[in-house]
Design a protein around this ligand. Structure first.
Ligand code: SF4
Ligand code: SF4
Length: 380
């Protein structure tokens, strides 16, 4: 079954393939990256999601989008000062936003961007910084007036109740990028609300940030229990998302040709039935840490005198240790211990076994053991 183009929301006027291109992990070699990007575009992955924070991805795209390829794609990039400072003095002002856009245009070697997104609105203060007078959105609007940017939106990891409020208020947003997959359905209501408003709904992490590709026996067993032997977790994940009409497109991160071919082959098999989707949701729900007797993320164990953000580390311990997806836990762990500001966690190996957290844990978890596991396995 061939995938047809769908509206990227009603506001934007664009049509996209249900599979789009994620630019976070291009091959290191420029020539190889250019060939891969063009192959993806030729296969239909015309919406491209990149960022100022994805290494040299913008420069690689700049090289690939020559010879008529720029005109074939919908190019989107993003930035925010709370995720990545580029220069000393970077902030959430309109002037800085405009400066960053101009720099990114040069990196991408293009005269205009189809979309510019505020990157990772993950708390109300970020939304306020983006939308206040003289804030980031005003910088984007200036670029839009000058023809440098054509459309805008935002990406988010905020609590769903906050995101629902932004969706009501953000008449300016034409797309929103959500994390969503068969295991993590936290944003389902937000996706439905955005779609109803005509905002394009784009899904990142469709295969659980790589979890469904890791060969985890736990996830394989859960999927096969519903869909039968031989259906891989990745196929299940793709066809699950294909069945949701409120999702316009998913981001497929491309590192090799197989990523493109496999994703398209799964979509070509068609969406799962509604019954299969409900069955998958049931077994996946049982794997969630809060339903498996593990950490609920309640935060009662905090604060840790050593500066470890225990609930966040516990979430990654669950992914790595209990879902058997170590590689997928290590990536976010790297962000957690490296990001600037209050969101940064100290390394779990810094745990001094004071026991304060365990005494307060609502689940009576052996947090000190889990920190030791995290130190030994995630820090390597
Ligand atoms: S036992 Fe370790 S993780 Fe728990 S509060 Fe003490 S230092 Fe922090
Ligand atoms: S108190 Fe226990 S369940 Fe709650 S966040 Fe801390 S470790 Fe997780």
């Amino acid at each position: 079954m061939q995938s047809k183009l769908v509206d990227l929301g009603k506001r934007s006027g664009f049509k996209v393939h249900p599979v789009s291109m994620g630019a976070m992990r291009f091959p290191a070699d420029d020539g190889e990256a250019v060939r891969l990007i063009r192959k993806a575009i030729d296969a239909g992955l015309i919406y491209i999601d990149t960022s100022r924070g994805y290494g040299d991805s913008e420069e690689k795209l700049g090289k690939a989008l020559k010879d008529g390829y720029r005109e074939k794609v919908i190019l989107s990039t993003k930035w925010s000062p709370w995720i990545k400072l580029i220069e000393e003095g970077d902030d959430a002002s309109a002037q800085c936003m405009y400066r960053r856009i101009c720099e990114q245009l040069k990196r991408l070697d293009t005269e205009y961007l189809d979309f510019y997104q505020v990157w990772n609105v993950d708390k109300p203060e970020h939304y306020e910084l983006a939308t206040r007078q003289g804030g980031m959105l005003d910088g984007i609007r200036r670029a839009m007036k000058e023809g440098l940017v054509r459309h805008t939106g935002f990406t988010t990891h905020d609590e769903p109740k906050n995101v629902l409020r932004y969706i009501e208020e953000a008449h300016w947003a034409e797309v929103i990028l959500f994390t969503y997959n068969m295991l993590n359905r936290e944003y389902k209501k937000c996706i439905d609300a955005a779609h109803a408003k005509g905002i394009g709904t784009i899904v990142m992490n469709p295969i659980g940030g790589g979890m469904f590709a890791e060969g985890s026996g736990v996830i394989k067993k859960a999927v096969e229990g519903v869909l039968g032997e031989g259906v891989s977790p990745i196929e299940a994940a793709h066809r699950y998302l294909a069945a949701d009409e409120n999702i316009d497109t998913i981001i497929c991160g491309i590192t090799k040709t197989y990523d493109i071919e496999n994703t398209l082959a799964n979509y070509a098999k068609g969406p799962l039935s509604q019954g299969e989707c409900r069955g998958l949701e049931g077994v996946m729900k049982g794997l969630r840490p809060e339903n498996a007797g593990f950490c609920t993320g309640c935060g009662y164990c905090m604060p840790c005198p050593q500066g470890i953000i225990i609930p966040e580390v516990m979430k990654l311990v669950h992914t790595g240790r209990y879902l058997d997806c170590l590689v997928s836990a290590k990536g976010p762990f790297g962000w957690l211990v490296a990001q600037p500001g209050e969101g940064r966690s100290e390394y779990p190996s810094k745990c001094i076994k004071c026991g304060k957290c365990e005494g307060k844990c609502t689940q009576r978890l052996k947090i000190m053991d889990e920190m030791a596991w995290a130190g030994a396995n995630l820090e390597k």
